[in-house]
Design a protein around this ligand. Structure first.
Ligand code: HEC
Length: 175
Protein backbone atom coordinates (compact mmCIF):
# COMPACT_ATOMS: atom_id res chain seq x y z
CA UNK A 1 0.00 0.00 0.00
CA UNK A 2 2.96 2.33 -0.37
CA UNK A 3 1.75 3.76 -3.60
CA UNK A 4 -1.91 4.57 -3.82
CA UNK A 5 -3.64 6.63 -6.41
CA UNK A 6 -4.75 9.89 -4.89
CA UNK A 7 -5.53 13.35 -6.09
CA UNK A 8 -3.16 16.14 -5.15
CA UNK A 9 -3.61 19.86 -5.39
CA UNK A 10 -2.27 21.38 -8.61
CA UNK A 11 -2.37 17.98 -10.28
CA UNK A 12 -5.24 16.26 -11.97
CA UNK A 13 -7.65 17.00 -9.13
CA UNK A 14 -7.70 20.72 -9.87
CA UNK A 15 -9.51 21.15 -13.07
CA UNK A 16 -8.42 23.86 -15.44
CA UNK A 17 -10.86 26.73 -15.74
CA UNK A 18 -13.48 26.30 -18.43
CA UNK A 19 -12.18 27.45 -21.79
CA UNK A 20 -12.73 31.14 -22.32
CA UNK A 21 -12.70 31.92 -18.58
CA UNK A 22 -11.02 35.17 -17.74
CA UNK A 23 -10.37 37.09 -14.58
CA UNK A 24 -12.74 39.98 -14.27
CA UNK A 25 -10.10 41.85 -12.30
CA UNK A 26 -7.59 41.70 -15.12
CA UNK A 27 -10.01 42.34 -17.95
CA UNK A 28 -10.71 40.37 -21.10
CA UNK A 29 -7.08 40.25 -22.22
CA UNK A 30 -5.80 38.97 -18.86
CA UNK A 31 -3.09 41.65 -18.90
CA UNK A 32 -1.50 42.65 -15.60
CA UNK A 33 -1.09 46.29 -14.77
CA UNK A 34 0.48 47.62 -11.59
CA UNK A 35 -1.84 48.54 -8.76
CA UNK A 36 -1.92 52.07 -7.45
CA UNK A 37 -0.04 51.35 -4.24
CA UNK A 38 -0.98 51.96 -0.63
CA UNK A 39 -0.46 54.37 2.21
CA UNK A 40 2.30 52.14 3.62
CA UNK A 41 4.08 51.32 0.38
CA UNK A 42 3.52 54.68 -1.26
CA UNK A 43 1.49 55.46 -4.36
CA UNK A 44 2.57 55.13 -7.97
CA UNK A 45 3.68 58.54 -9.20
CA UNK A 46 3.00 57.76 -12.83
CA UNK A 47 0.13 56.27 -14.76
CA UNK A 48 1.44 53.00 -16.30
CA UNK A 49 -0.70 53.38 -19.43
CA UNK A 50 0.56 54.92 -22.63
CA UNK A 51 -1.53 58.05 -23.05
CA UNK A 52 -3.35 57.75 -26.32
CA UNK A 53 -6.45 59.61 -27.39
CA UNK A 54 -8.28 56.25 -27.40
CA UNK A 55 -7.32 55.55 -23.78
CA UNK A 56 -8.41 59.04 -22.76
CA UNK A 57 -11.71 58.71 -24.64
CA UNK A 58 -12.44 55.42 -22.86
CA UNK A 59 -11.48 57.01 -19.55
CA UNK A 60 -13.82 59.90 -20.22
CA UNK A 61 -16.66 57.53 -21.07
CA UNK A 62 -16.23 55.59 -17.78
CA UNK A 63 -15.68 58.78 -15.78
CA UNK A 64 -18.91 60.28 -17.11
CA UNK A 65 -20.80 57.10 -16.18
CA UNK A 66 -19.29 56.31 -12.79
CA UNK A 67 -17.74 59.45 -11.33
CA UNK A 68 -19.35 62.55 -12.81
CA UNK A 69 -22.64 61.90 -11.02
CA UNK A 70 -20.96 62.89 -7.76
CA UNK A 71 -17.70 64.66 -8.66
CA UNK A 72 -19.14 66.61 -11.61
CA UNK A 73 -18.40 66.26 -15.35
CA UNK A 74 -15.35 68.48 -14.84
CA UNK A 75 -14.29 66.62 -11.68
CA UNK A 76 -14.57 69.88 -9.78
CA UNK A 77 -17.08 68.53 -7.24
CA UNK A 78 -20.01 70.42 -8.70
CA UNK A 79 -22.84 67.96 -9.38
CA UNK A 80 -26.55 67.63 -8.70
CA UNK A 81 -25.84 64.77 -6.27
CA UNK A 82 -23.03 66.71 -4.63
CA UNK A 83 -25.27 69.67 -3.95
CA UNK A 84 -27.62 67.35 -2.04
CA UNK A 85 -24.85 65.60 -0.11
CA UNK A 86 -24.47 68.60 2.10
CA UNK A 87 -22.81 66.89 5.06
CA UNK A 88 -20.01 65.31 3.04
CA UNK A 89 -19.96 66.63 -0.53
CA UNK A 90 -17.76 64.78 -3.06
CA UNK A 91 -14.54 66.76 -3.27
CA UNK A 92 -13.01 68.36 -6.36
CA UNK A 93 -10.54 65.84 -7.79
CA UNK A 94 -7.81 68.39 -8.45
CA UNK A 95 -6.75 71.79 -7.30
CA UNK A 96 -3.76 73.89 -6.37
CA UNK A 97 -1.15 72.80 -3.89
CA UNK A 98 -1.33 69.09 -4.63
CA UNK A 99 0.97 66.49 -6.11
CA UNK A 100 3.99 68.02 -7.81
CA UNK A 101 4.16 65.59 -10.73
CA UNK A 102 7.27 64.84 -12.72
CA UNK A 103 8.34 68.43 -13.12
CA UNK A 104 8.55 68.81 -9.35
CA UNK A 105 6.41 71.94 -9.62
CA UNK A 106 3.32 71.63 -7.38
CA UNK A 107 1.38 73.96 -9.64
CA UNK A 108 1.87 71.82 -12.72
CA UNK A 109 0.12 68.48 -12.32
CA UNK A 110 -3.06 69.93 -10.88
CA UNK A 111 -3.73 66.59 -9.15
CA UNK A 112 -4.16 66.50 -5.41
CA UNK A 113 -2.19 63.28 -5.08
CA UNK A 114 -0.18 60.76 -7.11
CA UNK A 115 -2.04 58.99 -9.95
CA UNK A 116 -1.70 55.74 -7.97
CA UNK A 117 -3.68 57.28 -5.12
CA UNK A 118 -6.63 57.83 -7.46
CA UNK A 119 -6.37 54.24 -8.68
CA UNK A 120 -6.41 52.96 -5.11
CA UNK A 121 -9.42 55.10 -4.15
CA UNK A 122 -11.35 53.75 -7.17
CA UNK A 123 -10.31 50.19 -6.24
CA UNK A 124 -10.97 50.32 -2.51
CA UNK A 125 -13.44 53.15 -2.08
CA UNK A 126 -12.89 56.03 0.29
CA UNK A 127 -15.06 56.88 3.27
CA UNK A 128 -18.56 57.41 1.92
CA UNK A 129 -17.50 56.56 -1.60
CA UNK A 130 -17.89 52.90 -2.60
CA UNK A 131 -15.34 50.78 -4.47
CA UNK A 132 -15.70 50.66 -8.25
CA UNK A 133 -13.53 47.54 -8.66
CA UNK A 134 -16.50 45.38 -9.59
CA UNK A 135 -17.45 47.54 -12.57
CA UNK A 136 -14.06 48.85 -13.73
CA UNK A 137 -11.22 46.41 -14.43
CA UNK A 138 -7.61 47.52 -13.87
CA UNK A 139 -7.14 49.02 -17.31
CA UNK A 140 -10.43 50.91 -17.09
CA UNK A 141 -9.44 52.28 -13.68
CA UNK A 142 -6.11 53.55 -15.03
CA UNK A 143 -7.96 55.03 -18.01
CA UNK A 144 -10.27 56.90 -15.65
CA UNK A 145 -7.21 58.14 -13.75
CA UNK A 146 -5.67 59.27 -17.06
CA UNK A 147 -8.80 61.24 -17.83
CA UNK A 148 -8.74 62.86 -14.38
CA UNK A 149 -5.10 63.80 -15.05
CA UNK A 150 -6.18 65.40 -18.33
CA UNK A 151 -9.05 67.22 -16.61
CA UNK A 152 -6.70 68.51 -13.93
CA UNK A 153 -4.26 69.87 -16.49
CA UNK A 154 -6.90 71.34 -18.75
CA UNK A 155 -8.51 73.40 -16.01
CA UNK A 156 -5.37 75.37 -15.22
CA UNK A 157 -3.62 75.29 -18.60
CA UNK A 158 -2.68 78.65 -20.12
CA UNK A 159 -4.29 79.28 -23.49
CA UNK A 160 -0.86 79.53 -25.09
CA UNK A 161 -0.12 75.86 -24.28
CA UNK A 162 -2.85 74.66 -26.67
CA UNK A 163 -2.20 74.02 -30.38
CA UNK A 164 -2.99 77.08 -32.54
CA UNK A 165 -6.18 75.65 -34.03
CA UNK A 166 -7.47 74.74 -30.57
CA UNK A 167 -6.62 78.24 -29.32
CA UNK A 168 -8.67 79.71 -32.13
CA UNK A 169 -11.63 77.47 -31.32
CA UNK A 170 -11.43 78.31 -27.62
CA UNK A 171 -11.35 82.04 -28.33
CA UNK A 172 -14.51 81.73 -30.38
CA UNK A 173 -16.44 80.15 -27.50
CA UNK A 174 -19.01 82.38 -25.82
CA UNK A 175 -17.81 83.50 -22.40
C1 HEC B 1 -21.90 58.33 -4.96
C2 HEC B 1 -21.06 59.49 -5.14
C3 HEC B 1 -19.64 59.25 -5.65
C4 HEC B 1 -19.26 58.63 -6.82
C5 HEC B 1 -20.15 58.05 -7.89
C6 HEC B 1 -17.80 58.69 -6.86
N1 HEC B 1 -17.33 59.31 -5.74
FE1 HEC B 1 -15.40 59.73 -5.31
N2 HEC B 1 -15.95 60.46 -3.49
C7 HEC B 1 -17.25 60.67 -3.08
C8 HEC B 1 -17.26 61.23 -1.73
C9 HEC B 1 -18.51 61.62 -0.92
C10 HEC B 1 -15.91 61.34 -1.35
C11 HEC B 1 -15.38 61.84 0.00
C12 HEC B 1 -15.58 60.70 0.95
C13 HEC B 1 -15.29 61.01 2.36
O1 HEC B 1 -14.57 61.97 2.63
O2 HEC B 1 -15.76 60.23 3.20
C14 HEC B 1 -15.11 60.86 -2.48
C15 HEC B 1 -13.73 60.84 -2.53
C16 HEC B 1 -12.98 60.58 -3.66
C17 HEC B 1 -11.54 60.70 -3.75
C18 HEC B 1 -10.62 61.08 -2.61
C19 HEC B 1 -10.46 62.56 -2.60
C20 HEC B 1 -9.47 63.04 -1.56
O3 HEC B 1 -9.56 64.23 -1.27
O4 HEC B 1 -8.62 62.28 -1.10
C21 HEC B 1 -11.19 60.41 -5.04
C22 HEC B 1 -9.79 60.41 -5.63
C23 HEC B 1 -12.41 60.06 -5.74
N3 HEC B 1 -13.47 60.18 -4.88
C24 HEC B 1 -12.46 59.68 -7.08
C25 HEC B 1 -13.60 59.14 -7.68
C26 HEC B 1 -13.61 58.52 -8.99
C27 HEC B 1 -12.42 58.46 -9.94
C28 HEC B 1 -14.88 58.06 -9.21
C29 HEC B 1 -15.39 57.26 -10.37
C30 HEC B 1 -14.81 55.94 -10.54
C31 HEC B 1 -15.67 58.43 -8.02
N4 HEC B 1 -14.85 59.05 -7.13
C32 HEC B 1 -17.03 58.16 -7.88
C33 HEC B 1 -18.39 60.36 -3.78
C34 HEC B 1 -18.42 59.68 -4.98
Amino acid sequence: MRAQPKEKAYQRAMRPPVEGTYSREHGASGERLPSGGSLDAGFLARNPLRMTSEALARGQERFDIYCATCHGVLGDGDSAVGRKLASRPPPALYGPGGFAGESGNPASSGLRREPGYYFTVITEGYGLMPSYASVLDERQRWEVVAYVEALARSQSAPLASAPTQVQRRLQELPR
